[in-house]
Write a protein that binds this ligand. Structure first.
Ligand code: GDP
Ligand code: MG
Length: 674
């Protein structure tokens, strides 16, 4: 059962054809009734209203389909870097991926970003050069570009027959046959290689064997002995190389014209790993305080990761769960390991592209939707009480922009808070803050588009009228030098004295290292609650800032002494005292304001590149590199976030809408440094 399962994702630069290809896969695997066209806004995977309007895929949903006795779970990954967290989250739960390249553009900036992430998670990949029918399509150029930019060992398993509008099929270099498609791509026609293409095909087949023998001794030996290399041997050796990320096999096609899709689905089965062949998940046993590997074993202790939550007005929270070990039965209790709370898995569903199907249980390796859990948040580990293991936490980047949001009618304030709470359960990269003085709600996220999408969801999906402020940069505060401060606190509450004394040292830490709390007081026999109260006070002070109220970063706060008496010492007093000690210490430690600097990746048609670059420099940006391609130039730059608002509009106007860009958080920098 496990060996016939695949959990895969499709990653690509926006517009490379991920949605179109996914649609075709679902169509040919027979699970969707008709081919949805992205351009009609009807694609099945892009099921949220907003995604359809914007024509981009935002949320990753998992869809199950079947091909040649194999079950394929497709985890949708977003193409836009404003949604990096979504990409990270899907990479966590998939075992293999298809990387799609545009046949004209080759490797685009976001492809590189996603590739780096796939590297980090060790995800085996296959490559697909889509849009072979486009004017300027060049399979061999893309191969070179992939090899140079992604530094991988590529092995084309096909070469195209014809290109641009005359692209008609591929030569399969393993079977050494020509493949053409008929009848809406539903029928494949196989024929012998035409004499005029025979030499080229032989040459590429030789390159394939050569590449493969670089990683396979079996192939090398057989080849040297002059033995016949049959297709199944080549495939099984290739499979090993793909699983160890030693080779990237590459396919060609034009998904929109229904050319090339079935061999790609075969390749999912042939080359991408089954759940028990993928690298075992890592976890942390909270009882024994040790790191463990979790083998994919349906008979093991139950352990699963909630990797996605979608709120459905009828069913409540749809928790997408990937099981790593054991199984989860529908209608039974589940234990939320981090939150130490029991919940019920009322129902378990398998999601197909157009329907959902109830399941009795969800086993190791598989992905499904659990309904009934109210506490679970994205990133939570669920399982049983007897096996307290937390799966590795997902890492999310820093939110760098904020907007204030206010309901049109004051009576809607609570409703708005509820909606924001629901949305943040689905998306851990956005945060909500309530301004202590004004009571105004401020939401922070990864970029303008990210917040825009959240706001549109509030307005449209939840139909709540709200006013939003202009986007603002979320700065950070830090300090420029070390400082010590001793604070004493005393307050009479209900006739009883509450007193505390805390001495604290604050020190600047290396940029990017985050805040750290250290307890180094020599005072002994302090109750644990008091120590926890001090830590709470410091952590609270870290997030409420120094001078401007922005969150602190890169500060180490060390408690060097405390004054505690059993009669008057209370948690309340120590929490307040620690927080005040921090504020006083930091205020006199040369406070600094840090601003987020963004990595800006642009692509522009040649004729606009001058204007595009000066647009970036006008906004205080620095051009880092430029790379010229057949139809466009790619520019990498860095610019302060505060100057990048509304950049999309200016970029459109200088390039007649033809230049594109992405913004991704790079680092924080002292505000006056630029
Ligand atoms: P995504 O952003 O990666 O999901 O890309 P889409 O699937 O939405 O496709 C982006 C655009 O490229 C759409 O207009 C598609 O119709 C078009 N497209 C997709 N596949 C092909 C193809 O094989 N050939 C051509 N010429 N266009 C394609
Ligand atoms: Mg899409």
């Amino acid at each position: 059962m496990l060996r016939t399962m695949r959990n895969i994702g499709i990653m690509a630069h926006i517009d490379a054809g991920k949605t179109t290809t996914t649609e075709r896969i679902l169509y040919y695997t027979g699970k969707s009734h008709r081919i949805g066209e992205v351009d009609d806004g009807e694609a099945i995977m892009d099921w949220m209203e907003q995604e359809q309007e914007r024509g981009i895929t935002i949320q990753s949903a998992a869809t199950t389909t079947y091909w040649k006795d194999h079950q394929i779970n497709i985890i949708d990954t977003p193409g836009h870097v404003d949604f990096t967290a979504e990409v990270e989250r899907s990479l966590r739960v998939l075992d293999g991926a298809i990387a799609i390249f545009d046949a004209v553009r080759g490797v685009e900036p976001q492809t590189e970003t996603v590739w780096r992430q796939a590297d980090r998670y060790n995800v085996p990949c296959i490559g697909y050069v889509n849009k072979m029918d486009r004017l300027g399509a060049d399979f061999f150029y893309v191969l070179e570009d992939v090899k140079n930019k992604l530094k991988v060992n590529i092995a084309p398993l096909q070469i195209p027959i014809g290109k641009e509008s005359s692209f008609e099929g591929v030569i399969d270099l393993i079977e050494m046959k020509e493949i053409r498609w008929e009848n809406n791509g539903e029928e494949m026609q196989f024929s012998p290689i035409a004499p005029e293409r025979e030499n080229t095909a032989k040459e590429w087949r030789e390159k394939l064997i050569d590449t493969l023998s670089g990683v396979s001794d079996v192939i090398t030996e057989k080849f040297l002995a002059g033995e016949e290399l049959n297709a199944s041997l080549i495939k099984s050796e290739l499979r090993k190389a793909v699983l160890s990320r030693g080779i990237l096999p590459v396919f060609a096609g034009a998904s929109r014209r229904n050319l090339g899709v079935q061999p790609l689905i075969d390749a999912i089965v042939d080359f991408l790993p089954a759940p028990d062949e993928a690298a075992a998940a890592s976890g942390h046993n909270t009882k024994k305080e040790e790191e463990i590997k979790i083998p994919c074993d349906p008979k093991g202790q139950p352990l699963g990761l909630v990797f996605k939550i979608q709120n459905d007005r009828e069913a409540g929270s749809l928790c997408y769960v990937r099981m790593y070990s054991g199984s989860l039965k529908s209608g039974t209790a589940v234990y939320n390991i981090g939150k130490k709370k029991r919940e019920r898995a009322n129902r378990i569903l398998r999601m197909h592209s157009n329907k959902s199907e109830p399941m009795d249980s969800l086993s190791a390796g598989d992905i499904g939707v659990v309904i009934g859990m109210k506490l679970a948040q994205t990133g939570d580990t669920i399982g049983g009480e007897g096996f307290p293991v937390l799966l590795e936490k997902m890492q999310f980047p820093e939110p760098v922009i904020s907007i204030s949001i206010e309901p049109k009618t004051i009576s809607d304030q609570d409703k708005l808070k509820d909606i924001l709470a629901l949305l943040s359960k689905e998306d851990p990269t956005f945060t909500i803050r309530e301004n202590d003085e004004t009571g105004q709600l401020v939401i922070s996220g990864m970029g303008e588009l990210h917040l825009d999408v959240l706001v549109t969801r509030i307005l449209k999906e939840y139909k709540l009228g709200a006013k939003v402020g202009n986007p603002q940069v979320t700065y950070r505060e830090s300090i420029g030098k070390p400082n010590d401060h001793s604070e004493n606190f005393s307050k009479i509450l209900a006739g009883k004295e509450n007193a505390a004394g805390v001495t604290l040292r604050v020190e600047p830490a290396k940029r990017g290292s985050g805040n750290k709390y250290v307890y180094a007081a020599k005072t002994s026999s302090i109750p644990a609650e008091i120590l926890e109260a001090i830590e709470r006070g410091i952590n609270g002070a870290f997030s409420s800032g120094i001078v401007m109220g922005y969150p602190c970063i890169d500060i180490t706060a060390t408690v060097t002494d405390i004054r505690y008496s059993e009669q008057t010492g209370s948690e309340f007093a120590f929490e307040a005292c620690a927080s005040m000690a921090f504020d006083e210490a930091a205020r006199a430690a040369s406070p600094l304001l840090l601003e987020p600097i963004m990595a800006v990746d642009l692509s522009s048609p040649h004729e606009f590149v001058g204007e595009v670059m000066s647009l970036v420099t006008q906004r205080g940006g620095q051009i880092l590199s430029m790379n010229s391609k057949t139809d466009i130039d790619e520019i990498k730059a860095q610019a302060p976030m505060e100057k990048m608002f509304g950049f999309m509009t200016s970029l459109r106007s200088v390039s007649q809408g033809r230049a594109t860009f992405s913004l991704e958080f790079s680092h924080f920098e002292k505000k006056s440094e630029r």
